[in-house]
Design a protein around this ligand. Structure first.
Ligand code: LLP
Length: 426
């Protein structure tokens, strides 16, 4: 259940748009004020002010910072139409900000399609990706008349055509083919998607088969609009993205000579952030390289599309949790939180790092802790040997950079409540 967010204020977000120095991203970083209170970016509210009536862990979002980040992202991707991958965060207020900032939506299920429409995205701003679209989901996409379906296999194309032909006469769907270029982007293997061994997209042979269906007139209700790809997530090595885009562009240029309808190149999402620190430099560098890839590799005769997720929302959310126990065993000190892998699954699933920061610093003394949750699984560990200012039972901490794939991947395991979502007042 969402609480009501404060009214959005654009003015201060706009005033930080100094892209030449990167100072704008710096202004958005989390930091401690002179009283040792943790704050997020542009918000003047210490996070500690948000825990009145605390009952259990909750996600806390900074919509002002989100808006500012969306603007920064937009400035670096002017030449592409971007569709926010709502699997990263489907919170209605977050979607509202991103819609207002001009993004469309990338959905991967009928549920996400409904959420996007309910959040006010128009059908013609929605792309439907995913390797396993069911018959019901395909029908829904046709009924709603979405912008584009990114098809991932030959059998999917056959299904799309079947559904299209049963629609009122003349139903036509824009379809991009998701290409699997077999490019290694050196990310965690569970979030790498552009290798041949991954289930995603079509490798060269499948692509040829799919193209033959179009050529032979077997897909009369589908308009082949181009190729898409998504190489993986949390990509920090952007040079491999350039390799992937080059392959995509080369293929697209070849295809255009056979298919006059080909006009888009969808490069997917994947830009990572530096979870180990607040440093804006890595993000800024990545965004600049990304911008360069968009402008130099994609011919202007094509319409570029992108599907960002994490880069927009990760830094704009934290998971607030309370220290339950300090448990000491020989040389280890466990900080047992009330938040666990059910609230934030990324560390358990991908050995992901999320910094854990006390909402109020007690002193400048630093300890080494194993920070763990209450769940009955040994993977329920947020950080090992983590250096943090001292905490005691009852203190509150923030698991940082949890705005992407945090709440959206949470579960009720061990019959815990799903975390609520709240918003920072100014
Ligand atoms: N487009 C497609 C087709 C995708 O499958 C994804 C993410 C995106 C775009 C957005 O990727 P992003 O810009 O957020 O990297 N749960 C994992 C990430 C899984 C990403 C799945 N697909 C995590 O927490 O790191």
């Amino acid at each position: 259940m969402n609480s009501v967010p404060p009214a959005s204020t654009n003015a201060s977000a706009n005033s930080t748009m100094n892209l030449s120095t990167g100072g704008d991203l710096k202004a958005l970083a989390s930091h401690y004020n002179s009283q040792g209170e943790l704050k997020l970016g542009l918000s003047s509210t210490p996070l500690l002010k948000m825990i009145d009536g605390y009952e259990r862990p909750f996600y806390l979002y900074d919509l002002k910072g989100l808006r500012a980040r969306a603007k920064i992202y937009a400035q670096h991707t002017r030449s592409a139409k971007s569709f926010f991958a709502i699997k990263a965060n489907a919170n209605r207020e977050i979607l509202k900000v991103l819609r207002e900032e001009g993004l469309g939506c990338d959905v991967v299920s009928g549920g996400e399609l409904e959420v996007a429409l309910n959040a006010g995205f128009k059908a013609d701003e929605i792309v439907f990706s995913g390797v396993g679209k069911t018959l019901a989901e395909v029908k829904l996409a046709f009924q709603k008349g979405i912008h584009q379906i990114n098809a991932e296999s030959v059998p999917e194309l056959v299904r799309l055509q079947k559904v299209a032909s049963s629609q009122p006469a003349g139903a036509q769907m824009r379809v991009a083919l998701r290409y699997n270029p077999d490019v290694n982007v050196h990310t965690h293997k569970y979030i790498s998607t552009g290798l041949k061994e991954n289930k995603f997209g079509m490798a060269d042979e499948e692509l040829s088969e799919a193209l033959a269906l179009f050529q032979n007139g077997q897909l009369p209700n589908l308009t082949f609009v181009g190729l898409s790809m998504h190489l993986g997530s949390q990509i920090l090595d952007v040079s491999s993205v350039r390799d992937g885009v080059k392959r995509l562009v080369q293929k697209s240029v070849e295809l255009r000579s056979q298919f006059s309808t080909v006009d888009i190149i969808d490069i997917g999402g994947g830009i990572g952030i530096d979870y180990r620190s607040d440093s804006y430099q890595a993000e800024l560098t990545l965004l600049k390289i990304y911008e360069d890839i968009l402008t130099t590799e994609i011919p202007s005769s094509f319409k570029a599309e992108a599907e960002p997720g994490r880069i927009l929302v990760a830094r704009s959310g934290v998971l607030i949790s309370q220290v339950q126990y300090i448990k000491i065993r020989n040389d280890r000190t466990f900080v047992v939180l009330d938040a666990g892998m059910n609230h934030l699954m990324r560390p358990a699933l991908y050995q992901a790092v999320h910094r854990v920061l006390p909402l109020q610093k007690r002193s400048s003394s630093v300890r080494r802790y194993d920070i763990v949750g209450p769940i009955c699984e040994s993977t329920d560990v947020f950080a090992r040997d983590f250096e943090m200012s001292e905490v005691v039972e009852g203190d509150f901490v923030a698991l940082m950079d949890a705005g992407a794939y945090g709440r959206s991947m949470s579960s009720g395991y061990n019959q815990h409540h799903l975390p609520e979502e709240k918003f920072l007042a100014d």
